[in-house]
Design a protein around this ligand. Sequence first.
Ligand code: XIL
Length: 366
Amino acid sequence: MNLMRKRSLYRHVIPLLLLILLTISCGAASTQAPPKQTTAALSTFSPSLRSLAQAHSLYIGTAVNADALQNEEHYRDTLAREFNIVTPEISMKFDATEPERNLYTFNKADSIVAFAKAHNMQVRGHNLVWYQALPSWLSSGHFSRGDLMDILRQHIITEVLHYGGKVNIWDVVNEAINNDGTLRDSIWLRGIGPDFLDLAFRWAHEANPQARLFYNDYGGEGMSRKSDAIYNFVKGLLQRGVPINGVGLQMHINLDAYPNPQDVLANMKRLAALGLEVQITEMDVQIQDDPRPMQAKLDAEGQLYREMLSMCLAVKQCTAFVMWGFTDRHSWIPEFTGHPDAPLIFDAEYRPKPAYFALVGVLSGR
Ligand code: XIL
């Protein structure tokens, strides 16, 4: 069955199944608005995000913090129950995996990959080439162009080979383009020149020809100079025969600054028309600067999650919807901005927020 037909079929079948399930579990209460639910209550009668997403042939996921995964049972339970794709939040980055030259440390990322395998989840490898998260031996070293090419090639090949068939999606290049469309300054651009981009994709492909290779960035979700530049960049890769399979739209947004959803749709469609996959890879919604009362902010946050997931569902080449964390207990935003926030779909006590129910609503056709 083609994916679009499957999606529209489920749009009708899932609400019906949900209604039957709710009628059985809640009796007369099923006609009333759902009570505020705890995660425990959720697991007794509500279908998980992953089961709903599967019916649309969509992966739904989150970034994973290796320490929380190790230390918090509630974190593990919620992760396993709700999601079918994960992205290690920091543990696959250059500084985490090659802290000394030619000394590789994969144990934290390995624990995430093992959890994913045990729970039948996909893994997005993140990331192979970035201007940040570089170990000091690299950022403060003085290397020739040839040295830097050897370092990058070794790093990419070693990491991709280490994960072999366990990681079949890689963010090969992360955030290489500025908002004005020019190439971002980095040790790679300065030391190797713009060729580093083509080379990174070619080396990743050499190490795992089965893996789907992505360019991933923020601020290029809608229509803008940056998204035009990303579009032209990936089109150029394809024209030169460089192996690339998809574009990741990070989607770090704010209640008061977000791309027009129709523009996101148009951008996804033009990328898909090149024959590429698209994925939403790091969604979160900052609410800290908005002056409205908390409940209004949480509802508006839910509305943005609803709209962005709807755009993804409307394009069959949009194959995954991934958030940058799932509980406000572990979000990078407070540290990044210096202020408290609540950007994710579960609160700090793992209770589902309006944003969670917004995603359930989209996936069940409501
Ligand atoms: C962030 C992590 O969440 C933080 O814990 C870390 O301190 C910095 O990096 N875009 C990306 C991610 O591609 O890798 C970043 O992750 C967030 C922005």
